[in-house]
Design a protein around this ligand. Structure first.
Ligand code: FMN
Ligand code: SF4
Length: 432
């Protein structure tokens, strides 16, 4: 049977709606999309035309930083030695399940992307990293790799690596260090993995969702890819929505979808939502008194210093306490540092403790200002971006929940924790 042609509209990566998690086997995958458009011989070296298509399509990384994929492909392809491709499916972000769902439900889309990336840069080694604890994702990928091996679909062997759990394990230098036999902790860069990574070779580390997009972009071209999204955030995006919604889960959206529309689609009430945490635990709080109609895309969120990051939206209800939630996350982030640098070791615990004081109403008048200064001090000072993310989260909480900080201090406690109604703040009379 001939493949059904380019998908029109959404979904692209997920099969239907938000909860399709049964693995699509190889025969059904090929029937639907056709075989991956591989050039034939990976030994020929980099495929410049594919890199140009990725550039024209404007595909950016979906693992958190939103870095343009074409620039990374070029840098790795231009390296002195034959490169290695690493698919990052470790998904250490606690508020995200999109990568696990993709690995479970569309393993061959990811593996097509891995093969295409290997061809684009001229790699002969490709490794797919999945969190060992994500059993369904691991099993789905093992079965998919076996199917491809049996049909000799791929020009090079795909290796599977079951990675340990942890927030910083998915940081690219930590992943490369672990693949090289070391502990899964970030290294002190440079050289970056794209210069010297697995086995000392230039290494392309790419999030698994990014690779799944590549599998479609290579089939249907850059113009098709840009049909969904915004100029600065092309292609669809997987977003994990949780918090004050009745249908939490992974949704495939068109970047630019207004926040209010997203909350409604997930069974939430935009008017009852106080704020969202967007991007992930290393993301930013946005108060919904002013941003309900803002589009969920990197270009629109960028106007207020945020990004879609790892594709996370956590909805905080009006009955919730943003300070309590931020304290919990800051503690988690402090505990997840690899303990190698001063900003994490000395800074993150102290910031979490200060937040806890704010939340319990036990802080002095200058505590928020001190925390703001500490957040500024730790940002950009670690070997990896872990403290930067924590600092961004904390700085945004101090801004968005400033009325709450005053209220907690005046009353010496958190009313939400005590089971009472939320304090009245200046947020009445919101406009959408
Ligand atoms: C603390 C930390 C944790 C990270 N965890 C992940 C992760 O779990 N999965 C992921 O794909 N990228 C993660 N990243 C980003 C990777 O370092 C890297 O940028 C990404 O895998 C590149 O893929 P992309 O360009 O396709 O997004 C993390 C970064 C940091 C600083
Ligand atoms: S900045 Fe923090 S998480 Fe990153 S390497 Fe240093 S101690 Fe580890």
């Amino acid at each position: 049977m001939a493949p059904s042609g380019p998908p029109v509209g959404l979904p692209r990566l997920l099969r239907s709606g938000s909860r399709s998690d049964a693995p699509l086997r190889l025969s059904a995958h090929v029937e639907r999309l056709g075989p991956p458009p591989l050039g034939g011989d990976v030994r020929r070296g980099p495929r410049e035309a594919l890199i140009r298509a990725v550039d024209a399509g404007g595909l950016r990384g979906r693992g958190g930083s939103g870095f343009p994929m074409a620039r990374k492909l070029r840098a790795v392809a231009d390296g002195a030695r034959r490169p290695v491709v690493v698919a990052n499916g470790t998904e250490g972000e606690p508020a995200s399940t999109k990568d696990k769902l993709l690995l479970q439900s569309a393993p061959h889309l990811v593996l097509d992307g891995v093969m295409l990336a290997a061809e684009a840069v001229g790699a002969r080694r490709a490794i797919v990293c999945v969190e060992q604890a994500a059993r369904r994702a691991v099993l789905s990928m093992e079965a998919a790799v076996d199917e491809r091996r049996a049909t000799r679909l791929d020009p090079i062997e795909i290796e599977l690596a079951a990675a340990p759990s942890g927030y910083v394990v998915g940081e690219e230098s930590a992943l490369v260090r672990w693949l090289n036999g070391g502990p899964p902790k970030p290294t002190f860069v440079p050289p970056r993995p794209f210069e010297k990574g697995v086995g000392g070779r230039p290494t392309l580390v790419q999030n698994v969702e990014t690779l799944a997009h590549l599998a479609l972009l290579a089939r249907y071209g850059p113009d098709w890819f840009r049909e969904i999204g915004t100029p600065g955030h092309a292609g669809s995006a997987l977003v994990t929505v949780s918090g004050a919604v009745s249908r939490p889960g992974v949704y495939e959206i068109a970047p630019g979808t207004p926040i209010a529309e997203m909350i409604t689609a997930c069974g939430g009430a935009p008017d009852d939502a106080r704020a969202i945490l967007v991007g992930g635990y290393a993301g930013r709080w946005l108060d919904l008194d002013h941003h309900l109609q803002l589009g969920l895309s990197d270009d629109q969120l960028g106007q207020v210093g945020a990004s879609l990051g790892a594709g996370v939206v956590v909805v905080l209800p009006r009955s919730g306490c943003g300070l309590a939630e931020t304290t919990r996350i800051a503690r988690y982030l402090a505990g997840e540092s690899s303990g190698q640098c001063g900003p994490c070791v000395n800074g993150l615990e102290a910031i979490a403790a200060g937040l806890d004081q704010l939340h319990r109403g036990q802080s002095g008048a200058g505590t928020a200002a001190t925390l703001r200064r500490w957040a500024g001090d730790v940002a950009g000072r670690g070997a990896c971006h872990h403290p930067d993310g924590a600092a961004r989260l904390v700085a945004s909480a101090l801004e968005v929940f400033s009325d709450d900080i005053d209220w907690h201090r005046r009353h010496g406690r958190c009313l939400v924790d005590a089971g009472g109604p939320r304090p009245a703040t200046s947020h009445a009379g919101r406009s959408g």
